[in-house]
Design a protein around this ligand. Structure first.
Ligand code: MN
Length: 315
């Protein structure tokens, strides 16, 4: 479905509930709130599923209060966003309870599980698509909406650093800058600000950093017990994921989160190793430069398996 037809379809429906993916990230949250604003701008009733307890730690400056659906709200139209498939939905029951459904997304694997789908895999973030949708619907983007879209796009592009950052990304960012004003405070809060506890965790985790294959592969890990004892959740360690890859000379960086009987590995590569293929060998998946896989075997054995698979790709 093209964007014009998609926007026309939206006009035929009402009473929307916007649902992002599970463990919503900056793009999922920012796009949800922005989409809600856009729908309201064209006269629709719209709310976002209650993500207030699942907000990313670096988006503390965003208040979802006016967006969360009240308890007696009876939505008729579900609007999935930034969610590649139904199983990854923040609230699948809510999605299925609605008679009609829309989906807007940028994941290349999205097969279009809603009644009406608009998927643009070239978009760096769902936020980029919401921006285009607003233009297509002739909905004015206000200051708050611009802020949400900035958070969405900055989040999925690693602050405009990843290879998915296109000319269009910068054009949209330029338009948002015009509406919102300077973004340095948001950028600081999202990317450059940490609590003392987070830095202590980083210090602890860095001690586990090890190198293999002439320094081309690095592995770092954190134990669930450590996180629990220090008041962290499993996801709280995610901000450390890219550290192994950031070391000069490293092609593949591995970050392992060890939880008693299960180990979750995040794989990141810099130039040529397709880590989604490595992850797929063991039942995982993801993108070329960022993928994930889980093992239910002892840590050392799991690392050995991954190292072997990666070493075959590094010559
Ligand atoms: Mn996204």
């Amino acid at each position: 479905m093209n964007l014009i037809d998609f926007s026309e379809k939206i006009k035929d429906f009402n009473d929307f509930i916007i649902i992002p993916h599970i463990n919503p990230d900056g793009d999922a949250v920012g796009s949800a709130l922005a989409l809600c604003d856009v729908l309201r701008k064209i006269g629709k009733t719209a709310y976002v599923a209650d993500i207030s307890e699942n907000m990313p730690k670096n988006l503390g400056f965003i208040d979802v209060c006016g967006y969360t659906a009240p308890e007696n709200y009876a939505p008729k139209t579900a609007f999935a966003e930034d969610c590649a498939d139904k199983e990854r939905m923040f609230d699948k029951t809510l999605f299925e309870a609605c008679g009609n459904s829309f989906c807007i997304d940028h994941h290349v694997t999205n097969k279009g599980f809603a009644d009406f789908n608009y998927i643009d895999a070239d978009a760096s973030a769902t936020g980029e698509i919401v921006f285009s949708l607003a233009k297509s619907l002739d909905a004015e983007i206000g200051k708050n909406c611009a802020k949400y879209l900035y958070c969405a796009i900055a989040s999925d592009t690693g602050s405009f650093k990843y290879s998915n950052t296109s000319e269009k990304t910068f054009e949209i960012a330029g338009s948002l800058r015009k509406i919102y004003g300077e973004f340095s405070n948001l950028s600081h809060a999202m990317f450059d600000e940490f609590t003392v506890e987070q830095l202590r965790m980083k210090q602890h985790v860095l001690e586990s950093l090890k190198f293999y294959h002439n320094g081309k592969i690095s592995v770092m890990c954190v134990d669930y017990e450590y996180l629990e004892n220090n008041g962290f959740t499993f996801d709280d360690a995610d901000f450390l994921t890219s550290i192994p890859r950031s070391v000069k000379g490293v092609e593949v960086g591995i970050f392992a989160k060890i939880k008693r009987d299960e180990i979750k590995f995040s794989l990141r590569s810099n130039e040529f190793v397709n880590v989604s293929e490595i992850a797929a060998k063991f039942g995982g998946g993801g993108h070329k430069r960022a993928a994930g896989v889980s093992f239910k075997i002892p840590y050392d054995e799991a690392v050995e398996k991954l190292l072997k698979a990666i070493e075959n790709e590094i010559r």
